[in-house]
Design a protein around this ligand. Structure first.
Ligand SMILES: Cc1cc2nc3c(=O)[nH]c(=O)nc-3n(C[C@H](O)[C@H](O)[C@H](O)COP(=O)(O)O)c2cc1C
Length: 220
């Protein structure tokens, strides 16, 4: 094993370690608008869900070096308190990637990528019509983790509306083949979600055995 003290290495190298180690990462394709209504769309793979009740998702916007450290997405979310997370399927992966261009704030990535804006129900940012699952979110909290270059801000948003393409759903279960989501690895590498296997959770021990609940009562 190699032991690495992050304090002794450049942040750019630690970034490579982290995006290679934390894999695969789902992608939040985040639509926002600025205070004047200009649309913005950008992918973020430091993304996950962090609460179900209420439903809360979070993503992390990194700090750039140079005169404009904060990404348009973060500035828009802070200014308006709203965003939409669009789940990325393989068929529009390249158009998602086109939206990761470091474009000035006045650039509308919907126009740039050819993706289709679709009015949301409850928030101003439009959804991406090509996305099979869209989540309208209201900002709950921004955690400014670090203002250093390659630092970041964690954005937590409560999902106030889910939109799921009808044929994906069996009750509340989502068909992963029909969703065909992609995820991000390190560098320019992505994964598909075709190659899956099942693993059943262990059952609780019989009465009399040491109760698991003493270790962790949060059994899902
Ligand atoms: C698949 C993918 C995932 C990305 N994930 C992140 C991320 O988690 N955090 C981040 O700050 N930038 C991430 N980026 C880069 C941003 O998308 C890029 O900086 C974009 O220009 C930000 O746009 P904005 O300034 O309009 O918000 C990612 C790019 C791609 C292609």
């Amino acid at each position: 094993m190699r032991t690495i003290d992050p304090a002794e290495h450049r942040p750019a190298d630690i970034y490579k370690l982290m995006i290679g180690a934390i894999v695969p990462r789902p992608i939040a394709f985040v639509s926002t608008v600025d205070a004047a209504g200009v649309r913005n769309l950008a992918p973020f793979s430091y993304f996950t869900g962090c609460s179900t009740n209420p439903p809360v998702v979070c993503f992390c916007a990194a700090v750039r070096s140079g005169p404009f450290p904060h990404k348009d997405t973060l500035r828009n979310v802070v200014a308006t308190g709203e965003f939409v997370v669009n789940i990325v399927s393989e068929d529009f992966g390249e158009r998602m990637n086109a939206c990761s261009l470091d474009a000035p704030p006045e650039v509308d990535e919907f126009a740039l990528s050819g993706l289709t804006p679709l009015a949301s129900d409850l928030v101003r940012p439009p959804r991406v019509a090509e996305s099979r699952i869209q989540m309208e979110c209201r900002l709950r909290q921004v955690v400014q983790v670090s203002d250093e270059p390659l630092g970041g801000s964690l954005v937590l948003g409560e999902v106030v509306r889910f939109h799921v393409q009808e044929d994906l759903l069996d009750g509340y279960k989502i068909d992963p083949d029909k969703l065909n989501a992609i995820g991000r690895m390190g560098g320019p590498t992505y994964v598909r979600t075709h190659d899956r296997f099942d693993m059943l959770r262990p059952v609780k021990p019989e009465e009399g055995a040491r109760p698991l609940s003493r270790l962790n009562s949060a059994s899902r």
